[in-house]
Design a protein around this ligand. Structure first.
Ligand code: NDP
Length: 326
């Protein structure tokens, strides 16, 4: 079967499409015929060899996939059943979704909810699933559509694009932060009321600034996250899931102790099964048909290395869907 294989050559990661056999697949109790995978920021880091995501080679990358069960020793899964997988170290320590088949633990799979096919599930992918977890965190923090404006950083990316669409569809007033003025039309079509420049948020500011945002979804980290915390209203919630701008957090305790601001961390990799199922149900119910057309670019397995480099160079917009089968 065809697979993207990562090898290490003189300390450098080399990615190329090659052939693997079913016997080479790692241990697991369910074999899935992978129809679609996607490219996320972490995939881009793994494929370009940035940040030591992969430690064992050869590796089949791909932190998410959707497809049909080919064989199963897990009673919960029947042959032909449509499933989706995100996280659990797949594509990092366990061969992943960028191959025609994957063998994984049944515990890692989610049955596709009604109304969502495998292609749509991978337009959402890990990034969109994480955006849903962020929206759920805002709701649990008491941030509701009438609470005030909600701001989304890293707006043109996978998490950002999906978060804007979800929030706007649910009735929130959404403000986007982007480093690319050329994406303003794209972001307003997704549902952003206005788009602010990344620069305004990436310079050091006051510990407590003007209270502007009822909630925030941040996939950038570093000074951007610190600025968002300083501008969040009394009792507001900030959901932090990413580090596209850096992993530091140069903030103070002031937003927490004087404004009762909640900083909620979001991890999609080890998210428990019941919460995964809730999130996928809500994604299936909430995302409008227009999202799948506007936010997705489809590529072949051969195009993956080039597109991964584009993600690292911040030249890719929205979600990248990978058609795994030729
Ligand atoms: P993308 O590459 O699709 O999007 C990231 C976006 O961030 C870009 O489109 C860009 O938006 C913005 N950005 C890029 N570089 C910088 C920079 N140097 N400074 C400020 N902004 C920048 O990535 P994803 O949406 O897939 O992932 C976003 C982040 O979330 C990543 O750090 C990823 O690792 C993390 N993540 C975490 C998960 C978890 O479980 N916690 C799961 C999924 C993702 P624009 O051009 O509009 O400014």
């Amino acid at each position: 079967m065809r697979a993207l294989l990562l090898e290490q050559n003189d300390g450098k990661t080399v990615a190329a499409v090659g052939q693997i056999s079913a016997e080479q697949l790692p241990e697991g109790d369910v074999v899935v015929d992978v129809d679609w995978s996607s490219l996320n920021y972490k995939d881009a880091m793994a494929i370009t060899g940035t940040g030591k995501i992969i430690r064992q080679f050869p590796m089949v990358p791909g932190i998410d996939f959707a497809g049909r069960v080919s064989s199963s020793q897990d009673k919960r899964y029947d042959v032909g059943q449509q499933v989706v997988l995100t996280g659990w170290g797949v594509g990092e320590t366990h061969w992943g979704g960028l191959a025609e088949q994957a063998r994984v633990k049944g515990d890692w799979l989610v049955t596709l909810p009604e109304g969502l096919d495998a292609r749509h599930a991978m337009i959402i992918g890990t990034a969109g699933f994480t955006a849903m977890l962020c929206v759920m965190a805002l709701e649990e923090g008491g941030v509701l559509p009438d609470s005030g404006e909600v701001i989304v950083s890293g707006a043109s990316g996978g998490v950002g694009s999906t978060a804007i669409t979800l929030l706007a569809t649910l009735g929130y007033d959404v403000v986007a932060i982007s480093g690319r003025a050329s994406n303003t039309d794209y972001l307003t079509q997704l549902g952003a009321k206005r788009v602010l420049s990344r620069e305004e948020f990436s310079k050091e500011g006051r510990a407590l600034d003007k209270q502007l945002w009822a909630g925030a979804i941040d996939s950038v980290g570093d000074q951007t996250l610190a600025t968002l915390l300083s501008q969040t209203v009394y009792g507001g919630t900030v959901a932090a899931c990413g580090l596209a701008g850096g992993y530091q957090l140069p903030t103070t305790v002031m937003p927490f102790i004087l404004r009762n601001v909640r900083l909620q961390g979001i991890d999609s990799v080890m998210c428990p099964l019941h919460r995964r199922m809730d999130a996928w149900e809500r994604l299936a119910q909430t995302l409008p048909a227009s999202f799948y057309e506007r936010a997705a670019t489809e590529i072949s397995l051969e195009k993956v290395p080039e597109t991964a480099a584009g993600i690292m160079a911040n030249t890719v917009t929205g979600r990248t869907l990978v058609k795994v089968r030729a």
